[in-house]
Ligand binder design. Structure first.
Ligand code: GAL
Length: 920
């Protein structure tokens, strides 16, 4: 990471976007106070010695951050725009302006100082930090929240043991304290925030940062630690429950949460963990994995894991070792007998004290370390809410022009985005798709614009776009070539991201043509792009373009803000509805999920591809308009990115009205960020519901079938009852009050209504996401894949526990109860979450296949583009004997089974994974 540039760019961004810089109370105005919760235990309390804070300035990467903490005269800044409330018993002050000294004691800081500083810079609104932290507490008992239930297994054993040693403990007491402190502070906000005049508040995010009490249990004797190890397994569940309960108790269902990794010992600690006898390192590594698992729990949404290993100061670590040796040697009075050159000097010891010199597990007392952690936590929450807090909106060149783009056209489109009102309606990104580049890189290996199409170069185009108040997007491909066979980014990731940043790019669509020969996992490759983008310091949206290869399952949200869920969209309704069904229905995922809604949210969106509004072919004008609206309504209700794909220079007024319909766009851009989901699907009649931030809900009633239909939504399907006001969002008329339901009458094909139902108030409940045990491996021992819902499929959906034809699976006289039946092309993915050691199955061609049928079974790790084949049957014919599969699944997140055979049927008999009884 190139921190310095990152910071500068961040600050410059703040300036360019008019985000208020510190200490400008007049700017805080009437907007609700932004509230952030800082919770955890000793490391959140903070033991960074203020005397060491200047050391931050020596950091080659992050040194510039120090300036943010100081006034021009060099004294520590006191921020009038950020208030902190921290009710620690040992403190005199329990609230005040943010400055140094809000750590565990008045001589110390924790992450709060830099955290609040960064967010103070970021927001115009007043920022309130509510810090609630207690040292020596743990999640399995002290912070245990109601839904975690009673401690069981190792947890119960440990509690009893501790109780019997006189440390009797009350379950959940610190969870309750945390909630009551937050609520109390908010209830008295007028006494906490200076100048508060009733503008209200918004709980915007929470950072959780803790120490080692969940594995290094009290009393911290080595033999006790072993017992503590046992409870790490329960940690992800406990912390997830705590987050869930806290969100509910505070009434913020999707509150973004950043979990700061326990980074003590840094990367060295991770290396040490390879030695199984190094108990401390093994436990810490295990604990970090448990922390990360919370963020990977897809049922939680909006939880980010924030790596902090980079912030462990190794120089300080060396100094500590030397200082301790010095102290010991001195104490033992052996100093005279030891040769000078191997002796740590007093200077080194003093230097260690100057730079913190405090307990090792508290980051050696380094205020610099704590500041960097605060920085990373703030940035994680900020990235979450700021890169794509709502689905990105813009225009992309592909659907209108394909390869045929040039400078003149793009400039004219930029002009049209302004004059047509598209920009002001929210369409911000102007994205150049494939074929903008020259067929070769320059002699330095940099991408260059096609000299004929873009003679002034890409920087100039970017400047032009920015000059119109728009943002600049560009296309690349992660393979060796783009889909149009121009230079791809494989092996040039860093230089390409640098080039884009230098051109002022704000959005990158990263395609996947030819990526199957990359020899890289998709998850790793996109993570690499994100890392390279981060290193440039420019905030850039990353869009995964991969024809819908399950990025929602393999961790796309770790690196990107949106991912394709479908194949390419074409300008006809069958294609549009098919693309929508990848996100809304069972085209890409098991029907039990009711679409992909649970995988979307602020900062990470399902993308059923770009809009074809205005491009529809083979329709007479009247029907075309209805179809355009149906397409747009679906994309709005599905919280899909709205990337227009029509020629804006010649767009009809009718098309313009569809694309800029303000109340439809408001549904798409609703800040609660819930993707709409179906509450009715009967034949071609569909009803979708999208609960909104203001307590109302948007409903789409759509007829996809040829026959006319009446479609009804009942209030009990959308969390309402009684008499409710209804507004039509296309005609922008209030339709009056409706009792119990609303019916749209006589809808012809593609005809629909989009209505808003209910009164403003507390947000309506969203449906519960699918529980993890229904689709991931959660238990030890055997898990049959047919006991899990698949997370992705392409081609025919497999039949569970039977052949594709519905017969029992039989091989050589034996009948199998479990297994999957496949036909033709059938690729299916399961989430094993790195929790399985082996995959086992017996494969055979089904004897109902045509006589000359041939088929092939393959087992992959992750998606098609990762192309990591773990097992391959080779060609099998109808008479081939069954083949046994028994393969190791080390580090496999997603397991993909592929059957390929024209018209053929194949069986994955007994398909299951095994999770060893060993501690994995
Ligand atoms: C496809 C992609 C399209 C477009 C095209 C350019 O792979 O899905 O959206 O970008 O490549 O060649």
């Amino acid at each position: 990471m190139n921190g310095l540039r990152e910071i500068l760019a961040f600050v410059v961004l703040c300036m360019c976007t008019g985000i208020g810089l510190a200490n400008t109370p007049e700017l805080t105005g009437d907007r609700p106070v932004k509230v952030f919760i800082l919770a955890g235990q000793s490391n959140m309390e903070g033991h960074g010695q203020i005397r060491s804070l200047d050391h931050l300035g020596d950091d080659p990467k992050y040194g510039h951050l120090l300036k943010l903490l100081k006034d021009p005269d060099g004294s520590w800044a006191v921020r009038n725009d950020v208030t902190i409330s921290y009710q620690a018993e040992q403190r005199e002050e329990q609230k005040g302006p943010l400055t140094v000294g809000w750590g565990a004691s008045a001589n110390e800081i924790g992450p709060e100082l830099m955290f609040g500083t960064i967010l103070g810079e970021r927001y115009k609104e007043h920022v309130l930090l509510i810090k609630t932290a207690w040292g020596g507490k743990d999640v399995f008992c002290d912070f245990r929240s109601p839904s975690a239930g009673k401690p069981v297994g190792d947890e119960a054993v440990l509690l009893e043991k501790q109780g019997s040693e006189g440390g009797s403990r009350e379950i959940g007491v610190y969870y309750r304290k945390m909630i009551s402190e937050i609520k109390e502070c908010l209830a008295n906000i007028q006494d906490v925030v200076p100048g508060y005049h009733g503008q209200g508040y918004e709980i915007t995010g929470m950072a959780w940062f803790q120490g080692w009490n969940d594995f290094c249990q009290w009393p911290a004797r080595v033999e006790e630690r072993q017992v503590g190890l046992g409870i790490i397994d329960a940690y992800p569940r406990n912390l997830a429950n705590m987050i869930r309960d806290l969100r509910q108790d505070l009434g913020v269902p999707d509150l973004p949460v950043a979990i700061g990794e326990l980074g003590v010992g840094g990367h060295e600690m991770t290396r040490r963990a390879h030695n199984p006898r190094d108990r401390e390192a093994v436990a810490m590594a295990k604990f970090r994995n448990a922390q990360e698992a919370v963020a990977n729990d897809l049922s939680l949404r909006n939880v980010t894991f924030v790596p902090t290993l980079d912030f462990w100061d190794t120089r300080l670590e060396e100094l500590r070792v030397m200082a301790e040796t010095y102290d010991r040697v001195k104490k033992e009075q052996k100093i005279q007998n030891t040769p000078d050159n191997v002796l740590p000097t007093k200077e080194l010891s003093d230097e260690y004290r100057r730079l913190g010199g405090h307990w090792y597990c508290h980051y050696n007392g380094s205020a610099a370390n704590y500041s960097l952690i605060g920085y990373a936590l703030a940035r994680a929450l900020d990235a979450h809410v700021s890169l794509a807090p709502t689905p990105p909106m813009g225009w992309n060149s592909w659907n209108a022009f394909e390869k045929d783009i040039d400078e003149g056209k793009i400039k004219a489109i930029a002009d049209a985005m302004v004059t047509s009102g598209m920009r002001d309606a929210g369409y911000t990104y102007l994205v150049l798709d494939d074929a903008w580049m020259a067929s070769r890189r320059d002699e330095d290996g940099r991408l260059v614009a096609d000299p004929e199409k873009f003679p002034s170069g890409m920087k100039a185009i970017g400047d032009y776009i920015h000059g119109k108040g728009l943002k600049f997007g560009i296309y690349e491909d992660r393979g060796k070539m783009t889909c149009q066979q121009l230079p791809g980014s494989l092996g040039h990731e860093q230089i390409d991201m640098e080039t884009f940043a230098a051109w002022g790019v704000d959005y990158i669509k990263m395609d996947s043509c030819f990526a199957e020969s990359n020899g890289r996992m998709s998850s790793e490759h996109y993570a690499l792009f994100r890392k390279c983008i981060r290193a440039t310091g420019r905030p850039i949206v990353l869009s995964i373009s991969d024809f819908g290869n399950a990025a929602w399952a393999w961790g796309g949200k770790e690196s990107a803000q949106l991912w394709r869920t479908s194949n390419d969209i074409y300008p006809w309704m069958d294609s549009i509805y098919a693309c929508a069904e990848t996100s809304a229905g069972d085209r890409a995922i098991h029907p039990a999920f009711n679409g992909l809604w649970q995988f979307a949210g602020p900062g990470h969106w399902n993308d059923p591809d770009m809009l074809q509004v205005g491009n529809l072919k083979d329709m007479e004008a009247g029907r075309r308009e209805v179809a355009d609206r149906a397409h747009f309504s679906l994309w709005c209700i599905l919280a899909a990115p709205l990337m227009a794909g029509n020629d804006l220079r010649t767009m009809s007024d009718q098309t313009r009205k569809v694309l800029t319909a303000p109340e439809l766009i408001a549904v798409n851009q609703d800040r609660r960020g819930i993707q709409g989901y179906k509450v009715l699907h009967e034949g071609g009649r569909e009803v979708y519901n999208k609960p909104l931030a203001d307590g109302t809900t948007a409903v789409l009633l759509l007829n996809k079938s040829r026959e006319k239909a009446d479609i009804t939504v009942r209030w009990d399907q959308i969390g309402l009852a009684g008499s409710q006001p209804v507004r039509d969002l296309w005609t922008r008329e209030d339709l009056g009050e409706f009792q119990d339901s609303f019916t749209a009458h006589d809808l012809a094909e593609h005809e629909h209504r989009v209505i808003k139902v209910g009164k403003p108030g507390p947000p309506l409940p969203a449906p519960s996401p699918m529980p993890l045990d229904k689709y991931t491996v959660t238990r030890r021992g055997e898990t049959y894949l047919s006991d899990l819902y698949y997370i992705w499929k392409s081609g025919n959906a497999p039949v569970y526990d039977a052949t594709f034809g519905g017969e029992p699976i039989r091989i050589a006289g034996r009948t199998f109860d479990k297994g999957l039946g496949a036909k033709g092309k059938c690729a299916v993915m399961f989430m094993v979450n790195r929790r399985a050691d082996r995959f086992r199955a017996t494969v055979v061609m089904d004897d109902t296949s045509p006589d000359d049928a041939k088929g092939r079974f393959r087992v992959h790790s992750e998606d098609f583009f990762s192309n990591k084949v773990l097992w391959d049957s080779g060609e099998m014919t109808k008479g081939s004997p069954a083949k046994e599969i028994d393969v190791a699944l080390k580090d496999v997140q997603c397991l993909m089974l592929v059957f390929d055979g024209k018209n053929a049927l194949g069986n994955w008999a007994d398909a299951h994974v095994v999770r060893g009884s060993a501690d994995n």
